[in-house]
Design a protein around this ligand. Structure first.
Ligand code: NAD
Length: 439
């Protein structure tokens, strides 16, 4: 068993400094939330120790023949946090900043997220340190196949089921599913979720994370007595999560006043049209919002965008965006975390003290893994559901988890994040206690 990386402690809390890498800061934040929940739950030190460690960590070197005949070697990871509640589940990220710390933190978050939604999974995560925009489609395909081959000893439909994350998509999952199936000599489409429909994907998976963010945003507004109609929303990130969250919230009457992507922020106090912006990215050479222009639009930096006055801020890009450096300047009333780990633990405390309600990632963006679960179930049963069944069940799971987190937070007088972590951690701890420690 690999122990979690060492952490610094000051006065009982883990602290990360701004000099630490984003991955390490994210890992500190994840461990900090776990420690807080463990203390509030009065978890036994033994179980707490098990939960702080990661059960399996695989680092792989991936030689890939590039189109020019040169061989490049990339580094990939797959981390499985625990197998307490079922097989591992978690996305695969392609990004230059992918590191072991980051993947480890993300695997832990997946454990708590699956437990909050009461899905029969444990947390896992994978990634490759690569800038995918610099690779051709053929190079990406070779890289994905090599990665799948390299992590094959530890994945499987009943062991660990990957899914898309930042810079990976249905096409990536199709290559992974095909590689695994060819090497195993069987049709094993249920090895991944987030596949194309033609390969056993589920209806309603592509937009599920963003739809879930929209459902949770609306439930939050209603719970605190706010109107959904006309609520002003700022979205950081315009990918699979950010676009769909903006789409559904705009459809339900919210006013999306700012959106950003890697090219920067786009602000219009009179409201933006996510559909027109998506259409623009599809024909733009960089596939980003770079150059997007409509009357009334102002360009802002990503940093400025986070601090715009609005009802709801949805960080839906990368981790560690709201930190001690900008938490004092956030003007949103509510933050709904579409991304994983967008708020550092120090920032979280500042926001809480300022009365800003934060709906944590492990609840807010769980719509994706919930429909991934439905996709896996459909694959195992070889019986496909219609869209209505997917949507109804997704809403049921999201509503139940939201209510349970709110009830726990109310009864224990803690923030929604603390309530969500307490719920997730207690379920995993209970599973470990009931199973006992092998042997
Ligand atoms: P994606 O690759 O589809 O989109 C990421 C978006 O963020 C892109 O629009 C990109 O331009 C933008 N971006 C990158 N760097 C940025 C920066 N510095 N400032 C502003 N925008 C920036 O990824 P995604 O799947 O939408 O994932 C986004 C976040 O949501 C990640 O934290 C991911 O882990 C989390 N998440 C994704 C899913 C899922 O199903 N895809 C599920 C749960 C959580």
């Amino acid at each position: 068993m690999t122990l979690a990386p060492p952490v610094t402690r000051e006065g009982g809390t883990i602290t990360a400094t701004i000099q630490d890498s984003p991955g390490m800061r994210m890992l500190y934040t994840a461990l900090n939330h776990l420690d807080d929940a463990a203390e509030r739950l009065q978890l036994s030190p033994s179980i707490h120790r098990v939960l702080r460690s990661c059960e399996r960590t695989l680092k792989v070197a991936l030689p890939v023949e590039m189109d020019n005949g040169e061989i490049e070697v990339f580094t990939g990871y797959r981390v499985q946090h625990t197998n307490a509640r079922g097989p591992g589940k978690g996305g695969v990220r392609y990004h230059a900043d992918v590191s072991l710390d980051e993947v480890t933190a993300l695997a832990q978050l997946m454990t708590w997220k699956c437990a909050v939604l009461d899905l029969p999974y444990s947390g896992a995560k994978g990634g490759i340190s690569v800038s995918p925009q610099n690779l051709s489609e053929k190079e990406l395909r070779r890289l994905t196949r090599r990665y799948t081959y390299a992590i094959m000893p530890i994945i499987g439909p009943k062991k660990d089921i990957p899914a898309p994350d930042v810079n990976t998509d249905e096409r990536t999952m199709a290559w992974m599913s095909d590689t695994y199936s060819m090497l195993q000599g069987i049709a094993a489409q249920e090895i991944v979720t987030g596949k194309p429909i033609a390969l056993g994907g589920s209806l309603g998976r592509a937009d599920s994370t963003g739809l879930g963010v929209a459902i949770i945003t609306e439930s939050t507004l209603k719970r605190y007595g706010e109107l959904v109609e006309g609520a002003t929303v700022v979205v950081q990130g315009f990918g699979k999560v950010g676009y769909w969250a903006a789409h559904y919230l705009a459809q339900d009457g919210c006013k999306i006043i700012a959106i950003s992507d890697v090219s920067g922020g786009y602000y219009n106090p009179n409201g933006l049209d996510p559909e027109a912006m998506l259409k623009y990215t599809k024909s733009s050479p960089t596939r980003t919002l770079e150059g997007y222009s409509v009357p009334g639009l102002e360009r802002v930096t990503n940093e400025e965008l986070l601090c715009l006055k609005c009802d709801v801020l949805i960080p839906a890009a990368l981790e560690d965006q709201i930190t001690s450096l900008n938490a004092d300047h956030i003007q949103a009333k509510y933050i709904v975390e579409g991304a994983n780990g967008p708020t550092s633990s120090t920032a979280d405390k500042i926001l809480h003290a300022r009365g800003i309600i934060t709906v944590p990632d492990i609840l807010a963006n769980a719509g994706g893994v919930t429909v991934s679960y439905f996709e896996w179930v459909q694959g195992l049963q070889a019986f496909l559901w219609d869209l209505d069944t997917v949507r109804k069940n997704m809403r049921r799971f999201m509503d139940t988890a939201f209510q349970q987190v709110c009830d726990l937070s109310d009864s224990r007088h803690v923030s929604l994040r603390q309530g969500a972590f307490m719920l997730g951690v207690s379920r995993v701890a209970d599973a470990i206690e009931q199973r006992g420690i092998f042997p």
